[in-house]
Design a protein around this ligand. Structure first.
Ligand code: GDP
Ligand code: MN
Length: 383
């Protein structure tokens, strides 16, 4: 789950990371009032769950409350890469302007199985781009969880960033704060881009991003409440509420599978036969027919989908229950999209019996099912 910049920066502040004074608003008049209270020189920032807002025109400097109101007028309701701006953050401008922009983040390096601190003096811009074009500009240290962040590590990074010695202590506190914020909130990412040196020579986090591990939300009720329902794509919300793991991809073969491993395998086999999956979807173990129906509806709501591949290996999940879900879905959504079903394991036979009169292609092996789905997606599979 992603937090908004304003929420992320409040968490940073709880851990001693310096942030500008600021407040969120959703109307131009309240923006004007806030700007006045903050002293007039502010930044108006679109609050959407997507990076690159600056380049998209969603971050604007205003030197008086009138200008702030005018920018808010433009930014509220703006579309940024498919996200509609419903709120803006009004922050005091960095005092004395910005002398330097640094990238700083804490995340998990899965390969090393440790939290990693990443820093780059090429901050402000897209870190993926820096990583591709000038990877030598990114510096990394790994944190041993039982020890925490050590000062030699932050000294190494501060030196690599070219910071003057006077800032090393402050930088150490910021890195420790960001790491603690990461750890205590069960984050998978805490990122500051940019961390700036202000014209007055102080470090300050002017942007913030926090992603929380969804699996930890049960013990982070305060963070769970921060979820902005307006920001979640409707398909993902529906999946989450139904307890289905759904991730939309760019291909045209919709996949419905039980179990994450089998779902990955199914996508691999689709790719092996030169098809492109339209989604990752795991209906989980022991899925009920209503969950199956929701899953099918989710898949069919994607206009790119040209064929659906249903691959169920029944263990706890029962083939007849899945089949009933498929029929229920097809009663609710009429569709011409061809479907290939492979049912194996518990009650597979009963399931296929239930589906006998439905207009579906059946397959016995996954390889056969995937080839049929790929052919149907191309529009040349008759069977
Ligand atoms: P992003 O584009 O979504 O990453 O949004 P950011 O919050 O990082 O803002 C983009 C850019 O706007 C930053 O890299 C800064 O150059 C600039 N910016 C943001 N806040 C301030 C500020 O308080 N003062 C000044 N002078 N520039 C700012
Ligand atoms: Mn940024």
């Amino acid at each position: 789950m992603n937090l908004h910049e304003y929420q992320a920066k409040r968490l940073f502040a709880e851990h001693g990371v310096p942030i500008p004074n600021g407040q969120v608003a959703n109307t131009p008049t309240s923006v004007r009032e806030i700007a006045r209270e903050l002293g007039g020189r502010v930044v108006v920032k679109a609050q959407v769950h997507i990076g690159g807002r600056g380049k998209a025109g969603g971050v604007k400097l205003a030197n008086d409350p009138d200008a702030a109101e005018a920018w808010a007028e433009k930014i509220l309701g703006m579309d940024i890469k498919g996200y509609t701006v419903g709120k803006v953050l009004i922050d005091q401008q960095a005092p004395g302007g910005i002398d330097q922009e640094i990238y700083l983040a804490v995340l998990i390096d899965r390969a090393v199985r440790r939290p990693m601190i990443m820093a780059s003096a090429a901050g402000g811009m897209d870190i993926e781009q820096v990583n591709e074009e000038t990877p030598e500009k990114i510096f990394r240290v790994y944190v041993e969880p039982s020890l925490g962040v050590r000062s030699y590590q932050t000294t190494y990074l501060a030196h690599a960033m070219g910071f003057p010695k006077e800032l090393w202590r402050d930088f150490h506190k910021i890195v420790v704060g960001l790491y603690e914020c990461f750890r205590k909130n069960d984050a998978s990412l805490t990122e500051v881009n940019p961390l700036v040196i202000t014209g007055e020579g102080k470090l300050m986090a002017v942007d913030g991003k926090v992603s929380i591990d969804d699996n930890a939300l049960f013990r982070q009720p305060r963070l769970a409440e921060m979820r902005d329902l307006d920001e979640e794509p409707p398909s993902e919300r529906e999946a989450r509420l139904a307890g289905i793991n759904f991730i939309k991809l760019d291909g045209n073969i919709g996949c419905m599978v039980n179990g994450a491993g089998l779902a990955m395998t199914t996508m691999d086999v689709v790719k092996l036969y030169h098809g492109e999956p339209a989604n990752f979807l795991d209906i989980g173990g022991g899925a009920r027919s209503d969950q199956v129906a929701t899953a099918i509806k989710l898949i069919l709501s994607d206009p790119n989908v040209k064929a659906v591949l249903i691959n169920i290996f029944g263990g706890i999940t029962r083939g007849d229950e899945v089949a009933r879900g498929i029929l229920a879905a097809l009663e609710q959504v009429k569709t011409d999209i061809p479907m290939v079903v492979r049912l194996a394991g518990t009650n597979a036979h009963e399931g296929l019996e239930i589906l006998r009169d439905a207009d579906m292609v059946t397959a016995v092996t996954l390889s056969d099912a995937a080839q049929k789905a790929v052919a149907l997606a191309k529009g040349d599979g008759q069977s």
